[in-house]
Structures are given as structure tokens and as C-alpha cells.
Ligand binder design. Structure first.
Ligand SMILES: [Zn+2]
Ligand SMILES: [Zn+2]
Length: 252
């Protein structure tokens, strides 16, 4: 967090001891304001393959019509909800990624862990691999939000954090045609060989902030499977809703 953010945060805390962690509005009680309260998994049934909202009446975790034809080639994708104009999640994600509010990774990680546990109550403790930032972007931002999320997820879900991937190429933000998105990230990720023994035969959970086309997750999953992972699934904060959002704003 830079100095100006810290000053603003300190000021808000002095004036409003119970301020919303996202927008700083004074609240009656602890936690986020009314707009930024996260409802558990936003109360919607979502596709187990791509996390798209399902029509009413279809149980959570079933496949959507698009995934019945063509899936993201991942085991499961779990999110907290949509990244859309109306969604409070959008403010959380933007504050975490572009607003220097690294502290938001903790409540978001806890919420994602709850979502995971609710869907897989019997699952073994998860092996969590964050989708890495390029090191230049990490230096620019001061932290890597997916790594922070994975750290809090691991603490909450009794999982293991495994930084098995390295981003070796700076990729442009996502948002253009599907083929160019695939080309954009192909070869961008590399396995850190010292983690290969940890991956062997395991179900691996990738951790990221926003799912756009899925090209990034697919590229990571390919590398992890080559490294010996049995299956690759993903825990992502929010799923960008195509056609309603300027997706290129979400990149990085
Ligand atoms: Zn708020
Ligand atoms: Zn789907």
C-alpha cells in the first residue's frame, strides 16, 4: 500500500472506527457496508465447469449448455460470483488489484475457502497453486494478489500453498478475440521443477482473481498436468460476464 492510501485508511479509521474495508463508508457495525457485503456464493446455482450462472431450478455444480458442448478443460471452476457492473465483487476486485488494498485478500480468501468447503465437504486438504504475475508487474504493484489469496485460502481451508508456476513472459491484458487470447498466454507459464514431486498424482487448485476467457487457466493447467498433476481445477474470485464489461480493464 502506498503512503497516500495508508494516510486515507488511517484517517477513515480515526473518523469511522467501523469503516467498510472496500469503500471506507462508516458502518453501524464491523465488516463491509450494505453494498459491499458478500453474500455466500451469491445464492445462485453455477456451472461446475465454468461458473456461469445456471437457469433457476438447476442444481449448483451441473454443466451449463455451453459446457455440455465445449468445456474449459478444467475439472471444476468455483467463484464467489460475477464480475459485472452491478456486482459488489467488482469493487472488491478493483480495490484489491488496482487500489493497493492488499488487506482485502484475507476476507476474500476466507469466503472462497467457504465456497470450496460447501461444495466439497469431504475433500482432502487442497493443494493451491496461484496464477503468478510477471515479476515486473509484481514490483510495480508491490504484491501479487493471487498469491495473497492463495495464502489466506490455504490458512482457512487447511491447504498447502505451492508456487509451482512462474510467468516467464509479460502478457497483454485479456480482452480480444479468443484465438489471440490463447496465443497471448501460450508458453507464458513455466513449471518450477523443485515442485514437481508435490504435484505428482494430485488434484491441483489454481487460484486467480478474475476468470475472463479461461485462456490463462487453461495454459496453467496444461503446464501443471505435464508436471504430473492428475487433475486441475480453479478457485477464482469472480467470473467476467462477457458483453457487459470492458474485459481489458480486468487484465493483470
Ligand atoms: Zn462499502
Ligand atoms: Zn459452463
Amino acid at each position: 500500500m502506498d503512503v497516500s492510501n495508508r494516510i486515507v485508511e488511517g484517517f477513515l479509521r480515526a473518523v469511522f472506527p467501523e469503516a467498510c474495508p472496500v469503500c471506507g463508508t462508516g458502518c453501524d457495525g464491523p465488516g463491509p457496508c450494505g453494498r459491499h457485503r458478500l453474500k455466500p456464493s451469491d445464492d445462485k446455482s453455477r456451472c461446475g465447469r465454468c461458473a456461469a450462472e445456471l437457469p433457476r431450478g438447476i442444481p449448483d455444480g451441473q454443466r451449463c449448455a455451453a459446457c455440455a458442448r465445449r468445456s474449459l478443460r478444467l475439472g471444476t471452476v468455483l467463484t464467489l460470483g460475477d464480475y459485472s457492473e452491478r456486482s459488489p465483487l467488482r469493487d472488491w476486485v478493483l480495490a484489491l488489484k488496482h487500489g493497493g488494498r492488499r488487506g482485502l485478500a484475507q476476507p476474500l480468501g476466507v469466503e472462497l475457502a467457504r465456497r470450496w468447503r460447501a461444495r466439497f465437504p469431504e475433500a482432502e486438504s487442497p493443494l493451491l497453486v496461484p496464477v503468478p504475475l510477471h515479476f515486473l508487474r509484481r514490483i510495480e504493484r508491490g504484491y501479487d494478489q493471487a498469491h495473497l489469496l492463495a495464502t489466506h485460502l490455504a490458512a482457512e481451508a487447511n491447504g498447502t500453498l505451492c508456487r509451482a508456476l512462474r510467468r516467464q513472459r509479460w502478457t497483454a491484458p485479456q480482452g480480444s478475440a479468443l484465438e489471440s487470447r490463447e496465443a497471448n498466454v501460450s508458453g507464458a507459464f513455466q513449471l518450477r521443477t523443485k515442485h514437481i514431486t508435490q504435484l505428482k498424482g494430485r488434484l491441483v487448485w489454481l487460484v486467480d482473481d478474475v476468470l475472463t476467457s479461461g485462456a490463462t487457466l487453461r495454459a496453467c493447467a496444461r503446464v501443471l498436468r505435464k508436471g504430473g498433476a492428475r487433475q486441475v481445477s480453479a478457485l477464482v474470485l469472480a467470473r467476467a460476464v462477457r458483453g457487459k464489461e470492458p474485459l481489458d480493464r480486468v487484465g493483470g
